[in-house]
Design a protein around this ligand. Structure first.
Ligand SMILES: Cc1cc2nc3c(=O)[nH]c(=O)nc-3n(C[C@H](O)[C@H](O)[C@H](O)COP(=O)(O)OP(=O)(O)OC[C@H]3O[C@@H](n4cnc5c(N)ncnc54)[C@H](O)[C@@H]3O)c2cc1C
Length: 524
C-alpha cells in the first residue's frame, strides 16, 4: 500500500477460516454446471478465494514500519474487514488518489443503509469486474409458498400475529431507533415467550403456532429485545441480494484492503499485553507479532479459546455467556428447478415446515431458467442441533425425505437429485448467529464491547443488529471510534453521498436503561 504519511495507516488482518454466513448461499452454486465441479469443490474453491495471500514461509507478513500506530485485526469476517477499511480510509490523506489498487439477503431499511453504502463505496474504488451489483431478493412468493405443519399442507406462510402485539415497539423503533430501543430494553429480562404469556396473555397453543410459523423451534426463549429487533428487520417489504453471490462483498473488501495486509490461515492462539502494545501469537509464526493496538473481531466462542490477559470478571463473564444460536444449511442441487413447475409453483420465497428441514429457500436468481437449480434447506436453534450428529449422507437423505413429504406426489425427487453439501455453523469458527438470552443486552452488552487496555472488540454480537452483516459493520465502526479516540468517524460511504446526520446510524447510546421492576411498572 502506498505510504500516506498518516499515523493510522498500518494494519494487518489475521484470519483463520471462512466468513460467517457467506459460506453457503444458493448463489454460490448457481453457476455450477451439472456434474463438475461438485458443490464441495465449489465450496473449497470459494474458501481458497477467501485466502488471497498464499503463505509460503513463516513470518511472511507485512513489515510494519516503526513509529506508526500499527493495528492487528484478529478475524477476517465482515467486522474485521470493515474495521480495516475504516482504518485504511482514515489513514489516507487523499484516499481516492492512493487506492487504485451464507448471507443471503439484505432488507432495504434505513438501518441497513451502511451495508448498501459499503457496496457503493467499494464500487467506486474497485475495478469494473469486481463491482458488486444488488438484485431483488424474493422473501415470499406473492402467490404464497407451500407450508407443511402438523402434516397439513397450506399456502402462504405470512403471519401477522406478532405484529399485533409488538407494533407499538416497531413503530417507536422506526420513528427513532435509539429512543425505541430504550423502550424495548425495559423488557430485556423477559424471554419473548415470557412476554407473550405474562404481558400479552397469549395461550400456549397460540405461542407454539406462531413460533412454528414465523421462527424456529425454541427461538421465543431468546430475549424480548432480540425478537422485536428481528421482527423489525423481517417486516420489510423490499429485499436485495448480491448478483453472483453474497461472498462478492467480503471479496471486494479484501481486494481493496490489499492482499499484503491480510494474512490468512493464521490461527491466533494467544495475545498478551506488553509495554506499549499487544503481542499476537499465531499458528504460522514461532515468534509473536507486536502491535500497538489489537482488534479482536471474533465471535465470543472463538475469542474464548484464545489465551488472553485476565480481563475484568464482568468481561470474562460476557465472553463466556453471550449466546449464539446454532444454524444449519444444506444446498441440494437438482436437474431442474422443479419447485417452479409444480402446482402451486414457488418462484423465490421460502416454504415453512415443521420437519427437520424447517425452511426450504427457493433461489431468487434465475427464476424461470431451464437448467439445474439449488435449493437451500435451513434450520436454526434446536432444529439445527438435530443435524449435528448426522454425517453428510444422512443429512442429504433427511433433506430429500423432507422434500418428498412436500413434493413427492408431483416430482420424483430421487431422480431429480444431483448432489448436496451441508454446513452446520456450530461446527465452524463462527459458531452461528448472535441471539441473546434474556438480560444479556442490559447486563453484558456494554461490558462486552468496552476496550481492555490496547485490546478492542468487534463482531456482530457487539451491535444491536444481530444476525445481519450490518451488525458486524456497526460494531467495527464503534471499535474504530474507540481505538482512534474519534467518536465522529462515519460509516464508509461513496464520495458522491453526504454523510448522514450522526443519529441516523449511531446506536452507541442505546443501552442506558438501568435494571428496574419492569413488569410491575408496565402493568400498573
Ligand atoms: C447461516 C447464516 C446466514 C446469514 N444470513 C445473513 C443474511 O441473509 N443477511 C445478512 O445481512 N447477514 C446474514 N448473516 C449474518 C452475517 O453473515 C454475520 O453477521 C457477519 O458475517 C458476522 O461477521 P463477524 O465479523 O462478526 O464474524 P465472523 O464472520 O464469524 O468472522 C470471524 C472471523 O474470525 C475468524 N477466526 C475465528 N477464530 C480465529 C482465530 N483464533 N484466529 C484467527 N481468526 C479466527 C473466523 O474464521 C472468521 O473469519 C448470516 C449468518 C449465518 C451464519
Amino acid at each position: 500500500m502506498p505510504k500516506t504519511g498518516s499515523t493510522y495507516q498500518t494494519f494487518l488482518v489475521l484470519t483463520y477460516n471462512n466468513l460467517k454466513g457467506f459460506s453457503m448461499s444458493s448463489h454460490m452454486f448457481s453457476d455450477v454446471p451439472p456434474g463438475k465441479p461438485s458443490l464441495r469443490a465449489a465450496y473449497e474453491q470459494w474458501l481458497k478465494l477467501q485466502n488471497p495471500v498464499e503463505r509460503t514461509e513463516p513470518g511472511n507478513h507485512p513489515k510494519i514500519p516503526p513509529k506508526e500506530l500499527n493495528v492487528g485485526i484478529v478475524g477476517g469476517g465482515m467486522s474485521g474487514l470493515y474495521a480495516a477499511l475504516i482504518l485504511q480510509s482514515h489513514g489516507a490523506k487523499e484516499p481516492n488518489q492512493y487506492f487504485e489498487a451464507g448471507a443471503m439477503r439484505l432488507p432495504e431499511t434505513s438501518e441497513q443503509q451502511p451495508v448498501f453504502d459499503l457496496i457503493d463505496y467499494l464500487n467506486e474504488k474497485l475495478p469494473g469486474e469486481s463491482c458488486i451489483k444488488t438484485i431483488p431478493y424474493v422473501l415470499y412468493d406473492d402467490k404464497g409458498n407451500l407450508v407443511l405443519i402438523n402434516n397439513k399442507m397450506q399456502q402462504d406462510g405470512k403471519s401477522t400475529h406478532i405484529r399485533e402485539v409488538i407494533w407499538p415497539y416497531l413503530d417507536a423503533l422506526k420513528k427513532d431507533f435509539a429512543k425505541g430501543f430504550q423502550e424495548i430494553i425495559k423488557f430485556d429480562d423477559f424471554s419473548f415467550r415470557a412476554y407473550l404469556v405474562q404481558v400479552a396473555e397469549w395461550d400456549e397453543d397460540r405461542i407454539n403456532y406462531v413460533e412454528v410459523m414465523t421462527s424456529q423451534t425454541n427461538q421465543f426463549q431468546n430475549s424480548f429485545t432480540e425478537l422485536v429487533i428481528e421482527n423489525m428487520d423481517f417486516s420489510q417489504a423490499s429485499w436485495k441480494t448480491i448478483e453472483n453471490g453474497m461472498e462478492r462483498l467480503p471479496h471486494g473488501c479484501a481486494q481493496l484492503i490489499g492482499s499484503e495486509n491480510i494474512f490468512t490461515g493464521a490461527e491466533v492462539y494467544k495475545i498478551e499485553d506488553v509495554s506499549d502494545g499487544v503481542n499476537i501469537y499465531h499458528s504460522e509464526s514461532s515468534a509473536p507479532v507486536k502491535f500497538d493496538k489489537v482488534l479482536m473481531a471474533l465471535p465470543p466462542a472463538a475469542l474464548r479459546t484464545i489465551e488472553t490477559p485476565t480481563w475484568s470478571p464482568d468481561k470474562m463473564h460476557a465472553i463466556r455467556a453471550l449466546h449464539f444460536e446454532p444454524l444449519y444449511k444444506i444446498g441440494l442441487r437438482f436437474k431442474t428447478r422443479f419447485w417452479e413447475k409444480v402446482s402451486p409453483p414457488s418462484k423465490g420465497g421460502q416454504s415453512i415446515t415443521d420437519l427437520p428441514s424447517r425452511w426450504f429457500v427457493y433461489p431468487s436468481y434465475g427464476i424461470g431458467d431451464n437448467g439445474p437449480g439449488v435449493l437451500l434447506l435451513y434450520a436454526w436453534m434446536t432444529d439445527a442441533i438435530a443435524f449435528l450428529p448426522k454425517n453428510e449422507k444422512e443429512r442429504i437423505c433427511l433433506g430429500l425425505r423432507d422434500l418428498k413429504k412436500v413434493y413427492g406426489d408431483q416430482v420424483d425427487i430421487d431422480d431429480q437429485f444431483i448432489e448436496g453439501y451441508s454446513i452446520n455453523w456450530t461446527d465452524e469458527e463462527s459458531t452461528g448467529d448472535a441471539m441473546f438470552f434474556p438480560g444479556q443486552f442490559r447486563n453484558l452488552f456494554n461490558i462486552a464491547r468496552a476496550p481492555e487496555g490496547n485490546v478492542y472488540f468487534a463482531g456482530e454480537h457487539l451491535s444491536v443488529h444481530h444476525t445481519w452483516i450490518l451488525g458486524a459493520l456497526d460494531s467495527a465502526l464503534l471499535a474504530c471510534q474507540q481505538m482512534l479516540g474519534e467518536p465522529n468517524i462515519m460509516p464508509l460511504r461513496p464520495t458522491t453521498k453526504q454523510n448522514p446526520p450522526k443519529h441516523d446510524y449511531d446506536y452507541s447510546d442505546c443501552i442506558k436503561a438501568k435494571p428496574m421492576a419492569v413488569y410491575r411498572d408496565q402493568r400498573t
